[in-house]
Write a protein that binds this ligand. Structure first.
Ligand code: CA
Length: 599
């Protein structure tokens, strides 16, 4: 007889097939007491089957204000939990809600074990967590451990000198001295603010910050820092949360020598020496052990990590992450970063989709997303604001039916679009402001601002548009950041009323995906990869084949179905136009799902 411990991981990723029947082990462990008891019994708790799930990302500051101060909070979240459940998702990922001076809006944490006073209290968080679990929603937290805030007590101690318990919590180096005086230890740039080193007068050394100056990088090579991370994980897991989304987790192990980066490359010149570093897998293995004790989900954010490297983290018995947020699908309209914009290239997007689908097929599992708090709105990027409803729904079908666990960012499900403020002074995003001040200064103002309009993360951070009323129903008072002026037309209330809205299409897609084994587990294959106007992929499972067809064109198109797909036997199971679909024809941004059953 199998013990509870032995059943753990039995149904590992990719092993579910027809011979194993439904197979999935769902762990009902909303009850924290039972979970603790489980943990005492064996070293690991069964993990829930995240493959059948989808997640909704909350960037709390702009989600819903519950106490009328203009800032989103946990009181607002509590009131909107039913809305989230009704969307058809199975969990929530909270972007950071911890105390933070907000140099990078929550991704600079000054206390890992508390809630930012703007957002509520730990008690209110527990109410939200409890209610979410009652509604069948998992809750995962953002774990930001590459860096802290410079206002974190660890850093405040660390900067005092070289002989206190926190001295080695951060990456400190002596200056280099040259003819021109003091210089930083190497030539790395930060991703947000100039050089990656800042001199600290108190300690008389430089500290490393790969992101903003107020985000000093932790020294993960220090075993005490890794123990702190594990304690933070346990704190939240003991409260009952179900896992973590791990911020820039692939940056935590730096090259020991911290050598100079690539010359003449701005912003990311040091990346080869801090991304996918030498001790990343051992460190992640340590954290994995803690997650396993609780059956917790681990979703790692991995900027620029190529798929061949990702396979190491995501596959096999000793995999160190369950899911990875890759960046390949975020660069179909730019070179490396949205600030180096080019025309949207559908083939580039399709190549990225298929690369990950094929590489993880049968051995790992994809995280699927088109938007989050770090990227502008996808309709404005890969779709068309002119064909707003059509492209918003076609984009949904293009990614939700791939093999993987979908993530939906707040507002994406109602088709929110980019903001275009006339002046840089109206932007708050540290990255946008830095790009504006540092690069392309010779260009005319209009062109410089267009770059910000295309790229700013602030487009994803305008308040959620709930109604056509005052402040879009986000708050009773003036919001902390302006509402997108298009809210009278784009809001939840309006979307609820229209059966063919983007919101209702997301609901249909998520329901269909959840109820259909082919869409959950079927093999992925792309067709007509050469097309620059449409994206065609099939999911195949047992005797069923579903072909997903998505137009990315403003013009109608006619075409032949791939060989072997008999048009006469196809059944249309979903479409983003209310009527009039024809097989072999797509109207502007039309999306169709066609099904074939083996006779
Ligand atoms: Ca508030």
């Amino acid at each position: 007889m199998e013990t509870e411990c032995e059943t753990v991981w039995k149904n590992s990723v990719g092993r579910r097939d027809s011979s194993e029947g439904s197979g999935a082990i769902i762990c009902e462990k909303s009850d924290a007491g039972r979970r603790t008891a489980n943990r005492r019994k064996c070293a690991a708790v069964e993990q829930f089957d995240y493959r059948e799930m989808s997640f909704y990302q909350i960037w709390i500051r702009s989600f819903q204000d519950g106490n009328g101060d203009g800032i989103g909070d946990l009181y607002g979240v509590y009131d909107r939990l039913e809305y989230i459940r009704d969307l058809g998702v199975d969990g929530i990922w909270f972007s950071p809600i911890y105390p933070s001076p907000n140099a990078d809006y929550g991704y600079d944490i000054s206390d890992y074990r508390n809630i930012h006073p703007d957002y509520g209290t730990l008690e209110q968080f527990q109410r939200v967590l409890h209610r979410a679990h009652e509604l069948g929603l998992k809750v995962i937290m953002d774990l930001v451990i590459n860096h802290t805030s410079d206002e974190h007590p660890w850093f405040q101690e660390s900067r005092k000198g070289k002989d206190n318990p926190y001295s080695d919590y951060y990456i400190w180096r002596d200056p280099k001295w040259g003819r021109k005086g003091r210089r930083p230890p190497n030539n790395w740039f930060s991703q947000f603010e100039g050089l990656a080193w800042k001199y600290d007068d108190q300690r008389q050394q430089y500290y490393l910050h790969v992101f903003a100056q107020k985000q000093p990088d932790l020294n993960m090579d220090n075993p005490r820092v890794r123990e702190e991370v594990k304690k933070i994980m346990r704190f939240w897991l003991d409260l009952g949360v179900d896992g973590f989304r791990e911020d820039v987790i692939t940056f935590i192990s730096k090259h020991e020598q911290l050598p100079d980066g690539i010359p003449f490359v701005p912003v990311i010149n040091g990346m080869p020496f801090y991304k996918d570093g030498p001790n990343l897998v051992p460190y992640l293995t340590e954290f994995r052990a803690v997650a396993k004790e609780y059956g917790a989900l681990q979703v790692g954010e991995a900027p620029m990590t190529p798929v061949r490297t990702a396979v190491r983290y995501l596959t096999g018995e000793n995999r160190v992450l369950d899911l990875m947020i890759q960046f390949d699908t975020m660069v179909a309209d730019c070179f490396m970063t949205e600030y180096l914009h080019h025309r949207f290239n559908l083939r580039k997007l399709k190549r990225a989709f298929s690369r990950w689908q094929y590489a993880l097929a049968g051995k790992g599992w994809n995280a699927l997303y088109l938007e989050n708090h770090d990227h502008p709105r996808v309709i404005s990027r890969y779709g068309s604001e002119e064909f707003w409803r059509e492209s918003g729904t076609s984009l949904a079908a293009a990614y939700l039916f791939q093999q993987g666990t979908p993530f939906i960012y707040q507002g994406q499900e109602i088709g929110m679009t980019n903001i275009r403020f006339p002046s840089i002074d109206q932007y708050l995003d540290v990255a946008s402001i830095n790009v504006y001040r540092t690069f392309f200064k010779h260009q005319p103002e209009e062109k410089r601002m267009r770059r910000i309009h295309n790229a700013s993360r602030d487009s994803a951070r305008t308040p959620m548009q709930w109604t056509g009323g005052e402040h879009a129903g986000f708050s009773a008072s003036e919001p902390w950041f302006p509402v997108n002026p298009n809210y009278p037309g784009i809001n939840v209330e309006a979307e609820e009323r229209d059966p063919d809205s983007i919101l209702n299409f997301y609901r249909k897609c998520l329901k269909l995906r959840k109820e259909n084994e082919t869409l959950l587990f079927g093999n992925y294959r792309e067709y007509q990869a050469w097309s620059g106007k449409r994206f065609l992929y099939e999911r195949r499972f047992k005797g069923e084949t579903i072909l997903v067809l998505c137009s990315f064109s403003r013009e109608p198109q006619t075409f032949r179905l791939p060989r072997g797909f008999a048009p006469g036997q196809a059944e249309l199971i979903l479409c983003n136009y209310p009527e009039g679909s024809k097989i072999g024809m797509l109207r502007p941004y039309e999306a169709q799902l066609l099904r074939w059953k083996r006779p």
